[in-house]
Ligand binder design. Structure first.
Ligand code: PLP
Length: 350
C-alpha cells in the first residue's frame, strides 16, 4: 500500500488520532443487516470534536508555514467548522475571526447565542454575524482592516474544504484501511454526511490513491464512499465538487492517479426540506443511536446521515455486505438549539 504521499504532507497534531473504530453491536442486531462500525471522528478532541479537526491539522500547518498571524474563516451561524477552527487557533495562540452567515431557516431564541456560538465565544474567537447576501462584503472589509493594521491573515474556506483541508480525510482513509485490517474485516462500504465536499473528496482520493493499481498480494477492494447529501439542494453540485476536489488532491500529491464520476456516490434521498432542517427520520435516528449505543448524533449532519444508513439497511441495499462503516463527523454542540424538534410528534418509523 502506497501511503508515503499522505504521511509526507506537512501537518500539525491537533486531534486525538487515530479515532476509535467501534462495532455497534446492539444497533446491528436490531437492524438485522451488516455489522455496523462507527468511526468516532466526533472524538477528535477539539472542543467537542468533529471532522474539521483533521482538515485543520493540514490547513493550520500551511498557515504556520505562510507566516500568517491571524486566521479568518466562514460558516453558517451554528458552524462546527468555525467552532473547531476557534479551538485550534486557541491552541496555537492565533487570533481567529469567524464570519458567520444567517442562512438556516431554523427558529430558536438561542440560535445566535448558544450551541456552537457560545463555544466560539468561550474559545476567544471574534464573531462577525452577517446576512447571507452580505458575507462577501463583510469578509472584504474585515480582511482589508486586518491588512491595514499590518496583519497577515490566513483565509480558510467554509468547511475547510480545499485540497489542503481534504488531506485530513485522505489520512482518515489510511486509518480506516489499517484499522479494518487489524480488526479482521473487509472494508467495502463507508458512509457519512456530506456538505462542503472535503470529507468525501479526501476519502475518495485517499482510497483510490492507497489501493488502486496495487501489485502483488495486496488485493483489498477500493471501498465505496457514500455521501449522504445534507447541504446542496442540487445533488449534482455536490457530485461535481467532490469529483473536482478529489482529483485536485491527487494531482497535487499523486500525479497520474484519478477518480471518475463513477467513484462519487451522493445520496439525496435524506435531504428533506433544506440544509439545517432535520427530518422526522433524522430525529428518530438520533434517538435510536442514543438509546441503543449511548452515542449522540446531531440534527444537521450526522443524524441526517445516519437516518440514511438506517433506511438503506432496512431497504436491503447492503444485502450481501458483511460490514458497513459510518463516519461520525460530530456536530452535537448544536443539539441544544434543536431541543424543540424533539417535542414534535414522532414519525413512528423507528
Ligand atoms: C458535523 C459535520 N458533519 C459533516 C460535515 C460535512 O463535512 P464536509 O463539509 O467536509 O462535507 C460537517 C461540515 O460542516 C459537519 O460539521
Amino acid at each position: 500500500m502506497n501511503s508515503a504521499w499522505i504521511l509526507d504532507s506537512p501537518r500539525l497534531r491537533l486531534g486525538y488520532l487515530p479515532t476509535p473504530l467501534v462495532l455497534l453491536e446492539q444497533l446491528s442486531a436490531q437492524l438485522g443487516g451488516p455489522r455496523i462500525w462507527l468511526k468516532r471522528d466526533d472524538c477528535t478532541g477539539l472542543a467537542t470534536g468533529g471532522n474539521k479537526t483533521r482538515k485543520l491539522e493540514y490547513l493550520l500547518a500551511e498557515a504556520r508555514q505562510s507566516g500568517a498571524d491571524v486566521v479568518v474563516t466562514f460558516g453558517a451561524v451554528q458552524s462546527n467548522h468555525a467552532r473547531q477552527t476557534a479551538a485550534a487557533c486557541a491552541v496555537l495562540g492565533l487570533p481567529c475571526h469567524l464570519v458567520l452567515s444567517r442562512r438556516v431557516r431554523w427558529q430558536h431564541p438561542g440560535y445566535e447565542s448558544s450551541g456552537n456560538v457560545l463555544l466560539d465565544r468561550l474559545l476567544g474567537a471574534e464573531i462577525h454575524l452577517s446576512d447571507r447576501g452580505q458575507v462577501a462584503d463583510t469578509a472584504k472589509a474585515l480582511l482589508s482592516d486586518l491588512r491595514a493594521a499590518g496583519h497577515r491573515p490566513y483565509v480558510i474556506p467554509a468547511g475547510g474544504s480545499n485540497a489542503t483541508g481534504a488531506l485530513g480525510y485522505v489520512r482518515c482513509a489510511l486509518e480506516l484501511v489499517q484499522q479494518s485490517t487489524a480488526l479482521g474485516f473487509s472494508l467495502t462500504q463507508v458512509m457519512h454526511a456530506s456538505s462542503s465536499a472535503g470529507t468525501q473528496a479526501g476519502l475518495v482520493a485517499g482510497f483510490a490513491g492507497l489501493l488502486q493499481d496495487r501489485q502483488g498480494p495486496d488485493q483489498r477492494p477500493v471501498p465505496q464512499v457514500h455521501g449522504i447529501n445534507v447541504y446542496e439542494p442540487d445533488p449534482e453540485t455536490l457530485v461535481a465538487n467532490v469529483h473536482r476536489l478529489a482529483n485536485q488532491v491527487l494531482d497535487e500529491k499523486l500525479p497520474g492517479a484519478r477518480v471518475t464520476n463513477r467513484d462519487i456516490h451522493v445520496d439525496h434521498r435524506y435531504f428533506g426540506q433544506d440544509y439545517g432542517i432535520p427530518t422526522a427520520e433524522t430525529l428518530e435516528a438520533i434517538r435510536l443511536l442514543a438509546r441503543t449505543e449511548g452515542v449522540l448524533l446531531d440534527p444537521v449532519y450526522s443524524g441526517k446521515g445516519f437516518s440514511g444508513l438506517i433506511d438503506r439497511v432496512r431497504l436491503g441495499e447492503f444485502h450481501g455486505t458483511e460490514d458497513l462503516v459510518f463516519i461520525h463527523t460530530g456536530g452535537t454542540a448544536s443539539l441544544g438549539v434543536y431541543d424543540a424538534a424533539f417535542d414534535a410528534p414522532r414519525s413512528g418509523k423507528l
